[in-house]
Ligand binder design. Structure first.
Ligand SMILES: [Cu+2]
Length: 294
């Protein structure tokens, strides 16, 4: 007992925390990407993105995956140094989870930071249908914090079928008839201009956690202000650096702090402008508004 405690004292994040249990049920679901526009997504717990799994340094993470999809799936813990058998790659590191079956993943929380999870079975199609979510590891409560609040922006390149509601936007905002295959770009599961505004008060410092679950690069550009990048792929930046255009590659993630210093309504959008329409009703695609109240 004494020896165990002495060992633990040398390892600040070693298994001192709780076991945090989650259940992720993967299933087809009707998902509203814009008002009145439903698609048939594949989702964890009927949500695109799936639930944000939040744990603390030192916790053990235990996640039960229940597969109600029409095909086999797995979960891969992107960026997490899991034991090999928990890595979710069918035929290489983990069993595939057949339709109707379940599997429990268990691994220690990695270093504090932003991670994400997604299938590694039929991955391109399953992720594009909506199977992805964030895993966030908080630092110990004693660690200093340089921000007041947090927002998460999860970029998705949706590809699937229209739901029974019919009517939907293509990649450039065009309409597709019901039942047709369609693709559109999503932020937090919504297509612009239906991504909710981000509203901050002047002087707030806001940590953005940005993740690109798709296959393209999305150079996310903020008008009127800039971010200070503090981490990429969960690793602290050697020195924080300023950016107003942050190219987020496939699978990448960034932690970047915004000093909400400039009052007004500002666009935050992908600067591959083919990913942003410019219709009469405002920008579509990968775009949203950042509103700083004076
Ligand atoms: Cu883009």
């Amino acid at each position: 007992m004494v020896a165990a405690l002495a060992g633990a004292a040398l390892l600040p994040f070693a298994a001192l925390g709780a076991t945090r249990e989650f259940t992720l049920t993967a299933a087809a679901t009707a998902w509203e990407i814009a008002p009145g526009q439903k698609v048939t997504a594949w989702a964890y717990n009927a949500s695109v993105p799936g639930p944000e799994l939040r744990v603390s340094a030192g916790d053990t993470i235990r996640v039960k995956l229940v597969n109600h999809l029409p095909e086999a799936t797995t979960i891969h813990w992107h960026g997490v140094p899991v034991p090999n058998g928990m890595d979710g790659v069918p035929g290489i590191s983990a069993p595939v989870v057949q339709r109707g079956e379940q599997f429990t993943y268990e691994f220690p929380a990695p270093e504090p930071g932003t991670y994400w999870y997604h299938p590694h079975a039929d991955a391109a199609a399953q992720i594009a249908r909506g199977l992805y979510g964030l895993l966030i590891v908080d630092p110990p409560s004693s660690a200093p914090r340089t921000w007041d609040r947090e927002v998460s922006l999860v970029i998705g390149e949706f590809s699937g079928t229209m739901g029974a509601m019919g009517g939907g936007m293509g990649m450039g905002g065009g309409m597709n008839p019901s039942g047709m295959m369609m693709g559109t770009l999503l932020i937090n599961g919504k297509a612009g201009p239906h991504v909710p505004d981000l509203r901050f008060r002047k002087g707030e410092r806001v940590l953005f956690r940005m993740v690109n679950t798709g296959n393209m690069v999305h150079p996310m550009h903020l008008h009127g202000m800039s971010w200070t990048v503090t981490a990429t792929d969960g690793f602290a930046a050697p020195a924080p650096y300023r950016k107003d255009t942050l190219p987020i590659n496939a699978g990448e993630r960034y932690d970047a702090v915004l000093d909400a210093s400039n009052p007004g309504s500002w666009m935050l959008h992908c600067h591959n402008l083919q990913h942003v329409g410019d219709g009469a009703s405002g920008a579509t695609g990968l775009a949203l508004l950042v509103v700083v109240e004076p």
